[in-house]
Design a binder for this molecule. Structure first.
Ligand code: 1GP
Length: 258
């Protein structure tokens, strides 16, 4: 576990108030004809990272998609695995997710024990991540597949204590997710409360569909914004959302200097 470049970048960005924008690619949903366009726009728009994964990657496209993406661009690819089969040496890093909002022992530690020997010898940068599922107004795939209750979206205090516990356990970052295609993205008040109570980077995603919401989340304290579903529908949104997120870096930096 020697490679710490990706995490150090994210941590340093947090310290300097720089916001990061991530595009989520689900290898099952991606149309190969469309991926070239998505990559082209992502490079032009300064997308910081790709997360690769989904709750139900059922085909054998993962390696192929990663290989094709690597040939076309240099944006780092970080696995965001929905299950222990979604592992590939072709990515650059891996979110080693512990589902700390749930009480499913398998997703807190069980799957990790099974995948540890594979990861120990892998070239992937392993990023220990406290994953918190927040109620997004509909039953999302991740909620169903994980068989856990999400944190209610008005329970900022529970979210805060969960994130604080994750940090105290030594997790390196927190990912608050309303789930892909959530009806209601995570409220800014919860983002604000959680980001104010932890010192590790905060990633926020799920149901973000406009540049305005992405910007509001970054202003509320999210260090990294993740968008998947909306971009699958309209890849042109990548540019607008990227600008909206990165613009918040400037204001955070200004505030830090004042
Ligand atoms: C899901 O946070 C990600 O895990 C992204 O969600 O697909 O709704 O943008 P969307």
């Amino acid at each position: 576990m020697t490679n710490q470049n990706l995490y150090n970048q994210i941590l340093n960005a947090k310290k300097t108030g720089e916001k990061k924008f991530v595009v989520l690619i689900d290898p099952d949903k991606v149309r190969l004809g469309k991926i070239n366009k998505v990559l082209e726009i992502a490079v032009e728009s300064g997308v910081d990272y790709f997360f690769i994964g989904g709750s139900l990657v059922v085909n054998d496209m993962l390696d192929y998609v990663l290989k094709s993406m690597k040939e076309m661009c240099n944006i780092p690819m970080i696995l965001f695995p929905g299950n222990s089969f979604q592992l590939s040496y072709k990515a650059d890093g891996l979110l080693f997710l512990s589902l700390i909002s749930g009480r499913n022992a398998d997703l807190l530690i069980g799957k990790h024990v099974i995948t540890a020997p594979f990861l120990k010898v892998s070239p992937l940068e392993i990023i220990p991540t406290g994953y918190m599922l927040i109620d997004g107004g509909i039953m999302t795939s991740v909620q169903y597949m994980s068989n856990t209750n999400p944190i209610p979206s008005n329970k900022d205090d529970i979210a805060l204590c969960t994130a604080m516990a994750g940090e105290m356990l030594g997790l390196k970052q927190i990912y608050m997710d309303a789930g892909s295609g959530a009806k209601n993205p995570i409220p800014e008040s919860m983002i604000n409360t959680v980001s104010g109570g932890i010192n590790i980077p905060l990633i926020v995603g799920g149901g973000i569909a406009t540049p305005e919401k992405a910007a509001a989340n970054a202003r509320a304290g999210a260090d990294v914004i993740v968008v998947g579903n909306a971009i699958e529908k309209d890849p042109q949104l990548i540019k607008e959302i990227s600008i909206a997120v990165h613009e918040q870096s400037v204001s955070s930096k200004k505030e830090a200097l004042q």
